[in-house]
Ligand binder design. Structure first.
Ligand code: SIN
Length: 429
């Protein structure tokens, strides 16, 4: 059987998939596929920022903040690894051309979000994810050893005949429905979150937990499928589609959550799950489907809003809200998946030659509730470590078992439906 062959297949082109590709040796033949366009990853949407260890003295407090937010269910080894590698990772990003906000002396500026005991979040206005991801994407596009193939849906893993090793994946070309297998020495799942399965989510609708799905089908361990995070503040709308995030850094800089009388009802900088629960309780008391967020109390007023949060100000304006003169309606929305494919400190899953990195994996770093702005950092670090491990481990050997006839119309139709989940939610309403 003619089967296309690569050294490494990476499924997903968010920061985890891209950084993994960038950390593989230049002689490695890499294929990166993704379900939507190259800019349809949640990494592009991240607003608030990316955490970094500010100095040695910050270690204990950063560690404790991450553990406390995660209800101490975190894996302390992965937390330590993330914090210890944070500065190196930020320096690499700056090397790729990523521009973080700086003060008048050229020093990095830090913002704050919920449950952080001090400001330690680097940012680029309110589009940090776009700044980071677009630079990584440009760097990958310059790598002659990496092929990028968007609009390609993974529908299965390709296993060895004895079912013991991963040898690649079965892919479906979205435009034609054509199914083919890619043989790879190592396969990396970086398929992102599960937001497309929820009616209200800040995620792209195409993100439907595909990596987790295929792992469950092959009895590859998945942990904490119920650990789903709801971000406290998405812009309330009666429309359909992706919910627009109002970054937690807005609250970090002083915005207030208020009830219908204009009174604060919660400390806005408590961990995300606590603030979300307080908002739902307030909505229940008021018999309302939203609460309100007042951005006028942000320190530095209109000037800060214009400089630090231009995307949010503009989006609200388009939706008919003037953040300079009125509170905006907000409601919690699904945002992040802390559970996922069980993975080690080097991104290994329970199947040899299969790795999982980024939001689709669960290496325990976030515990039961992720600390704000740890997601990009964690994804970048463990993706780079997976690349290191792939080099150390070498390729899988053996014949792949692939029968195209096994992928019937029903399977392909399921993949198509997963891509248009938005329509399905609409039909249900
Ligand atoms: C935000 O900007 O509020 C989201 C940041 C995150 O999810 O960590």
């Amino acid at each position: 059987m003619d089967m296309r062959s690569y050294d490494v297949l990476i499924v997903g082109a968010g920061v985890a998939g891209l950084n993994c590709a960038l950390h593989l040796p230049k002689e490695t033949r890499v294929l990166v596929v993704c379900k939507g366009g190259l800019k349809e990853s949640d990494s592009f949407l991240a607003q608030g920022g990316i955490c970094v260890l500010r100095d040695k003295g910050d270690y204990q407090s950063y560690f404790e903040d991450t553990m406390r937010a995660g209800h101490y269910e975190n894996n302390p080894f992965t937390v330590r690894c993330m914090i210890e590698n944070s500065r190196k990772t930020i320096e690499e990003l700056i090397g790729f051309g990523v521009r973080f906000a700086r003060d008048g002396n050229g020093e990095l500026r830090f913002t704050r979000e919920g449950a952080h005991s001090r400001p330690r979040i680097l940012f680029h206005a309110d589009c940090t994810g776009k700044e980071i991801t677009s630079h990584l994407l440009k760097a990958v596009q310059k790598c002659p050893n990496v092929e990028l193939r968007p609009h390609t849906t993974m529908i299965d893993l390709l296993l060895s005949e004895d079912g013991e090793n991963c040898l690649g994946a079965v892919l479906c070309e979205n435009a034609t429905g054509g199914v083919y297998a890619v043989r790879a020495g190592n396969t990396v799942l970086a398929t992102g979150g599960v937001g497309g399965l929820f009616p209200h989510s800040t995620n792209f609708r195409i993100l439907t937990g595909d990596g987790v799905g295929v792992c469950l089908e092959h009895a590859i361990a998945v942990d904490h499928a119920d650990y789903v995070q709801f971000h406290p503040t998405s812009l309330y709308t009666t429309g359909h589609g992706r919910s627009f995030l109002i970054s937690e850094s807005v609250r970090g800089e002083g915005a207030h959550l208020i009830d219908r009388e204009g009174r604060r009802f919660v400390d806005e900088l408590l961990p995300r799950d606590v603030v979300t629960a307080a908002i739902y309780e307030q909505m229940r008391k008021e018999g309302s489907d939203h609460v309100r967020l007042d951005l006028r109390t942000v320190e530095g007023g209109a000037e800060t809003l214009r400089q630090h949060f231009p995307g949010i100000v503009e989006h609200c304006r388009k939706e008919g809200y003037d953040v300079f003169s009125e509170p905006i309606p907000v409601v919690p929305a699904q945002h992040y998946f802390m559970g996922g494919i069980r993975s080690s400190l080097f991104g290994r899953t329970t199947m040899p030659h299969l790795y999982a990195v980024g939001e689709t994996c669960c290496n325990g770093v976030h515990g039961r509730n992720r600390l704000a702005s740890n997601s990009l950092l964690e994804a970048l670090i463990f993706a780079a470590r997976a690349a290191e491990d792939i080099v150390r481990t070498g390729p899988a050997k053996g014949e792949a078992a692939f029968d195209p006839a096994a992928y019937d119309v029903k399977t392909i139709e399921r993949a198509r439906k997963a891509r248009v989940r938005k329509e399905i939610h609409r039909e249900r309403k």
